[in-house]
Design a binder for this molecule. Structure first.
Ligand SMILES: *Cc1c(COP(=O)(O)O)cnc(C)c1O
Length: 362
């Protein structure tokens, strides 16, 4: 079967893990510190803070910004559940604003209507590896004095107006989960240009404890540390970011050329400001296609091709996140149309040819 994602694990990752195990220093140590430096350089920011996953990165970022109980945080309803859960974890309330029908990211022109006195921040998501519209988002944030968090879990290496993700807002969060473009099994990174935010993040991941002053607790904190074992894997993976993202783009271009004139199939819309990294290659299957979206998914499965729906249930429809909302009609509509097909760098030329042939045959 052709899988929707497949982590790259070579001898180099294995050797890196063994080196850490043999060193005896396995928890947060020199590899984590090195990863933080390299990550900052890569994204073009001053500070990076490594944590144990992308969800805790979001929770930590909200803490660093001072978000707490009674606050409201605006976000997109079309994302992985962790984006909105992190807002609840901080004690705040998620307020969902509809997406742009083309980019599938939060629509900046609709944000203003959702702002009130309790609003403190906006979390934008770079869905499928395409940056959100940070010109529009940062503009409305500035007007109302709000912070902006970038959920860049899917967009490592992408850029918006030539600036890398991670450098576009006050603070950004990445995931190194096994299915992401680069991974460490589980892992997360926070990037920021502000020293104060990096220092607050470091306290939060370590029980509220100053890393240089043991048993001095300035606030409630968590144990969100990354191990040197994970950092060692991530350091190897970082060397390949540009190469693997290039392969994803090549696969996407090949699909675009094959699918651009098929009735009922819409290829991904990429804004002219963006250089995306195709964490997913997502088609929209509309009512003019020969099959429904769900039929296409099972048809592909029968032919040995795994595909997936990111995400079938908009976040405002999930019980613990439900709340009264402004119209979210684009999200409702699009969640019934999207289908992601394999685009990862482990696909061979024969694999992508076979996927194209299978869909064209319909
Ligand atoms: C993967 C992901 C997360 C959560 O990251 P984990 O490392 O799995 O905790 C958050 N937001 C988005 C958009 C994601 O894709």
């Amino acid at each position: 079967m052709i899988k929707i994602s497949e982590p790259i694990i070579t001898q180099e990752e294995k050797d890196a893990v063994m080196e850490v195990l043999n060193s005896g220093q396995i928890v947060q140590g020199p590899k984590v510190a090195l990863l933080e430096r390299q990550f900052s350089n890569y994204c073009g920011v001053k500070y990076s803070v490594a944590v144990n996953n992308g969800t805790s990165a979001l929770h930590t970022a909200l803490y660093a910004l001072g978000i707490r109980s009674g606050d409201e945080v605006i976000t997109t309803p079309f994302s992985f559940v962790a984006t909105a859960n992190a807002i609840l974890m901080a004690g705040a309330k998620p307020v969902f604003v509809d997406i742009d029908k083309n980019t599938l990211n939060i629509d900046p022109s609709l944000i203003e209507a959702a702002i009130n006195k309790k609003t403190k921040a906006i979390i934008a998501v770079d869905l499928y590896g395409q940056p959100a519209d940070y010109t529009g988002i940062n503009k409305v944030a500035k007007k109302y004095g709000l912070y902006v968090v970038e959920d860049a879990a899917q967009s490592i290496g992408a850029s918006f107006k030539k600036h890398k993700t991670g450098s576009l807002t006050d603070i950004a969060c990445f995931s190194l989960y096994a299915t992401k473009n680069i991974m460490s099994g589980e892992g997360g990174m926070i990037t920021t240009k502000l020293k104060r935010l990096s220092e607050r993040s470091k306290l939060f991941r370590h029980h509220g404890q100053n890393e240089k002053l043991r048993y001095s607790y300035s606030d409630l904190g968590y144990n969100y540390r990354m191990t040197d074992i994970q950092a060692a894997i991530a350091l190897v993976q970082m060397k390949r970011i540009d190469q693997i993202n290039k392969k994803r783009k090549q696969n996407a271009t090949k699909y675009n050329n094959a699918f651009k004139n098929i009735k009922g199939l819409e290829i991904p819309f990429i804004s002219k400001d963006n250089d995306p990294v195709y964490h997913q290659y997502t088609l929209k299957v509309n009512k003019h296609f020969k099959m429904t979206r769900d039929q296409l998914k099972s048809y592909l499965m029968d032919k040995g091709i795994q595909s997936n729906i990111y995400y079938p249930i908009p976040l405002h429809k999930i019980k613990h996140l439900q709340s009264k909302q402004l119209s979210l009609k684009n999200t409702q509509e699009v969640s019934k149309q999207v289908l992601s097909i394999p685009v990862h760098p482990q696909l061979s030329e024969e694999d992508t040819d076979y996927i194209i042939k299978t869909i064209l045959t319909i």
